[in-house]
Design a protein around this ligand. Structure first.
Ligand SMILES: [Zn+2]
Length: 194
């Protein structure tokens, strides 16, 4: 059994976030952003939100991801397309991720440079968005930029979702070209063949 924490929105209070990391001998620390600085996407209703407002929210979100990656005191970057679970999945709004490609590339370059692993979160496979977070296209982009450190997370909030979608996600990663998965023991990266 390994001990981990998902550190949500550490930028809100960096001294507190850093103190949290000293309170327990974590094996793995996951860095996550759930908000654009205004509210958690989980609580949003995007059915009527004007397109421009959605766009500005996503720009803020991806900028926050970049800022957190620059801070970098975590091992795994969580569910980078988290807002889409709600905006696309729950509210059926269209989002063209090409508009954020520069920001996403900057994010990928930062985690590659810092040796932070990218989480492939399988929760979307059991939700309306019906794809991993991030999806195959973004994972191909990450791979194309030189990213090789991936980990799979089922984001199980209950026992029956543990390890959900692992084999089909592994298959997708192999198809892209990944040959290894990473995991962490006492915050040291370990690798296993995929
Ligand atoms: Zn999360």
């Amino acid at each position: 059994m390994l001990i981990g924490i998902e550190l949500g929105d550490p930028l809100e209070n960096l001294p507190l976030a850093e103190e949290m990391l000293t309170l327990c001998p974590y094996d793995v620390v996951i860095g996550a952003i759930h908000t654009d600085g205004v509210a958690d996407y989980y609580f949003g209703d995007y059915s009527q939100t004007p397109e421009q407002e959605l766009h500005e929210s996503l720009v803020r979100y991806f900028n926050r991801l970049c800022e957190m990656a620059e801070w970098g005191k975590f091992d795994v970057l969580a569910h980078i397309t988290y807002p889409l679970r709600y905006i696309i999945g729950d509210y059926g709004r269209a989002v063209n991720l090409d508009r954020y490609q520069q920001l996403i590339d900057r994010l990928f370059y930062t985690i590659i440079r810092k040796g932070i692993a990218l989480e492939v979160n399988t929760s979307g496979l059991r939700q309306k968005i019906a794809s991993t977070l991030p999806d195959e296209a973004l994972l191909r982009r990450y791979y194309g930029l030189g990213g090789r450190l991936v980990t799979i997370g089922s984001d199980a909030h209950r026992l029956r979702d543990m390890a959900f979608g692992l084999s089909e996600t592994e298959e997708m990663l192999r198809k892209i070209g990944f040959t290894e998965l990473v995991w962490f023991d006492q915050r040291k990266m370990q690798k296993m063949p995929l």
